[in-house]
Design a protein around this ligand. Sequence first.
Ligand SMILES: [Cu+2]
Length: 318
Amino acid sequence: MIRDKLARFALGAAAAALALPAGADESYPGSGWSQLNMPRGVTDISRKIYDLHMTIFWVCVGIGVVVFGVMIWSIVHFRKSKGAVADVNLVHNTKVEVVWTIIPCIILIAMAVPAARVLVEIEDTTRSGLTIKVTGFQWGWQYDYLDQGVLYYSRLDRASDAARQLMSGIDVTTVPHYLLNVDHPLVVPVDTKVRLLITGADVIHSWWVSDFGVKKDAIPGFINEAWFKVDADKPGIYRGQCAELCGRDHGFMPIVVEALSKADFETWLKKTAAEEKQASAAGEAAPIAAPPPAPAGTTAPASTATAPASAPAAAASG
Ligand SMILES: [Cu+2]
C-alpha cells in the first residue's frame, strides 16, 4: 500500500520534472531539472560562483571516475576465484607515495587559485553606489537606506500569511508565490553596486538571494557586509529566504528584491522618502514603515511580542 503510494508519488514527481523545461515559469527561472543545481544568477559574481562550482564539480567527477575505475577494475581482475594471491611483501613504495602526494597537491592548488580570486572579489565592498542596512528580526526584515532617509519593514505577504494558518481552509496552490512573497520588497537599481550592511535584532538570521550569489549571516551585535550589482538588462523580481534556522517562523520570512532601472529607482526613492517624511511630520508611522503586526489568528508568544519593539530600537541606534 505504502509502496504503491510512494511509486505513484515518484512517478508524478518525475513526470512533473520532465514536463517543466528550465525557464518554463517566468517567476521561477529555475524550474524543472535546473532546480537540482544552483542558478547562474543575474550578477557577475553569481556567474563566477556558478562557474567555479561547475569547474570543481567536474574535477571531482574526474577524480571519482579515475579512483572508482581503478578500484573496480582491480577488484574484478585480482579476485581470488581468478587465482590472485595477496602480495604480503609490498609494505612501502616511495615512488607511488610521492606520486599520490604530489598529484592531489597540484589538483588542490589548481582549485584554490580561482576559488581565492572569486572569494576576494566577493569580499570587496568598496566603491559602492548605494548602502542599505539590512536587519533580520523574528520574523521579517528591515531595510534602511542609510543616505536616503528611507526605512521600512518587509514581511510575509498577507495572502500567504492567511493561507498558512492552521485550518485556514485556503488552498495554498491558489496563492501566488506562496511563502515567497512579501508586503514591501527591497527595491534596488540595476547596474549599481549595492552594499548591504547586515545585522540581526534578536537571533541569527541569514539574508540569502541565490540569483545574486549573496548569502550572509545577520548576527546581533555584528555588521556583516555583502554586495551585488544586478545586470543592467535584468530588472525584475528576485526571491530568496532566510537561511539560518531562527525560530518558530523561520520558514515564513522570505526575501523579495525588486530591481528597477536607475530612473525608476530614483522615482521610487523620492516618492517613498516624501511619504515617510510626511507621515513622520504628521506624527504617525509611515504606512510602509509601520512595525509588523502580529500574524492574524495566532496567539503571539513572548518572543513575537518583543520583536517589533526591538527592531525599531536597533534601527534607531544604527
Ligand atoms: Cu530568520
